[in-house]
Design a protein around this ligand. Sequence first.
Ligand SMILES: Cc1cc2nc3c(=O)[nH]c(=O)nc-3n(C[C@H](O)[C@H](O)[C@H](O)COP(=O)(O)O)c2cc1C
Length: 185
Amino acid sequence: MTRIALVSGSPSEPSRVASLLAWLSRRLETHGIETQTIYVRNLPPDDLLHARTQSPAIARANHVISEADAVVVGTPIYKAAYTGILKAYLDLLPNGALANKPVLPVAVGGTIAHLLALEYALKPVLAVLGATVLEKSVFGLETQFSRLDSLDGYEVAPDLEPRLAEAAEHLVQQVNPVLLRAATH
Ligand SMILES: Cc1cc2nc3c(=O)[nH]c(=O)nc-3n(C[C@H](O)[C@H](O)[C@H](O)COP(=O)(O)O)c2cc1C
């Protein structure tokens, strides 16, 4: 079974990034892929703040990453970069934790002016962890998310969906080209 881990670096609930990752997760599952999402905001704050690499919760999250064939890392843009809590978690991954794994970076920001934060901030950190960082990341604007009344979350705007679908399919292609061929024929 092919597994993909998704990491949400948003401190908020509900979260646009979490909704975007949920959209990607559903899409990946249509290809028969098993997905698991790590919400950094749910990890024990003390473990993150005190860099407790050996804590059971951090070890469990790291195990999800190590078992994954590929990873999606999602973050809101904060101060023209990724969030502090995402970095606090990435700091607790062992060296080379993303080695040989295709990694798709995704972000949601308030302004298109910070589109390049993925390039100059997030991608270098993922590369240091050994990731094969996918060239084509996804940047969404917060205006492309509308709050759902019924459920605690956000709906992704239709104009963002084709880019998400393309990114998901590209990721599937990286981990298992056979799965994608089977789904499209
Ligand atoms: C503390 C803070 C700092 C932010 N800084 C930026 C920024 O520098 N650039 C930007 O484009 N958006 C910025 N934003 C907007 C968030 O990136 C945007 O609202 C995002 O959609 C939040 O995602 P979430 O709902 O998943 O938490 C900031 C928001 C907060 C709360």
